[in-house]
Design a protein around this ligand. Sequence first.
Ligand SMILES: NC(=O)c1ccc[n+]([C@@H]2O[C@H](COP(=O)([O-])OP(=O)(O)OC[C@H]3O[C@@H](n4cnc5c(N)ncnc54)[C@H](O)[C@@H]3O)[C@@H](O)[C@H]2O)c1
Length: 266
Amino acid sequence: MTVPDREATTSKVAVVTGGAAGIGRAVARRLAADGTAVMIGDVDAAAATGVADDIVAAGGRAGALAADVSVAADVEALVAAAVERFGRLDIMVNNAGVAVSGSVTGITEDDWDRVLAVNLKSVWLGMRFAVPPLRAAGGGAIVNMSSVQALLGFPGWAAYAATKGAIISLTRQASVEYAADGIRVNCVAPGTIMTPMNERIFRTAPDREALIDSWNSMHPLGRFGQPEEVAAAVAYLASADASFITGVCLRVDGGLAIQGPTGEVQ
Ligand SMILES: NC(=O)c1ccc[n+]([C@@H]2O[C@H](COP(=O)([O-])OP(=O)(O)OC[C@H]3O[C@@H](n4cnc5c(N)ncnc54)[C@H](O)[C@@H]3O)[C@@H](O)[C@H]2O)c1
């Protein structure tokens, strides 16, 4: 197998789920800025169309489709729309997810099932429908969105953590199943990123500023991450620069998951 030409990172075609807001929107914008045509799938069709329109207005190529990633027919239609509109598929970014809190004993069965469907079943569906066109393109890249919550216990997030841990295992599994097809499968584990997902959590906190301060200080780098910093990692893993990387989980977390006891540097 030869090392792919770096020029081959342009004029590619990607699907980004959950691309209407937050990390997904930053990923869609970043891939488009790098020369990739992007098909955005999101339950918020109006916002997804807005992101696609902005990309086109900036000279890029993009489209949008209403899609619920927990519904097989929607994910199948999303991948098909990318292939129909742009002629092929090279990159699948399974990003959409929801944050629903609840401890092991506290979460309701409905919430458990919803989080599993939107965060985990979606990743399986995305890979299931992306593999055939990726194979047809002679190979490609899948990037799945995990979280540091796969690696650390945060009390009160049982289902969410379970899905994010399973995404790492599923990523490794798929990476060995499709390596022979030239399909690389990796995932990203962000720390706390300033997106609408966290804005919603802050809005309901009794002391918003105190919560933001404590979350900032959890990260050795002393701050939240920005969606664009996660998008840069996704773009890297999807690019030919990562041509010998498959099955990894890349933390983009300001050191959060390796934080030991804090204190003065001696
Ligand atoms: N923000 C963080 O701190 C953080 C940290 C680690 C991992 N993540 C993960 O990154 C991903 C994106 O998170 P975010 O913070 O940008 O979230 P967000 O809530 O800000 O944006 C999520 C997007 O996904 C869409 N979406 C939700 N459910 C969907 C469904 N069923 N089908 C299609 N689209 C759907 C929403 O409409 C929205 O556009 C998620 O998988 C999340 O778990 C986020």
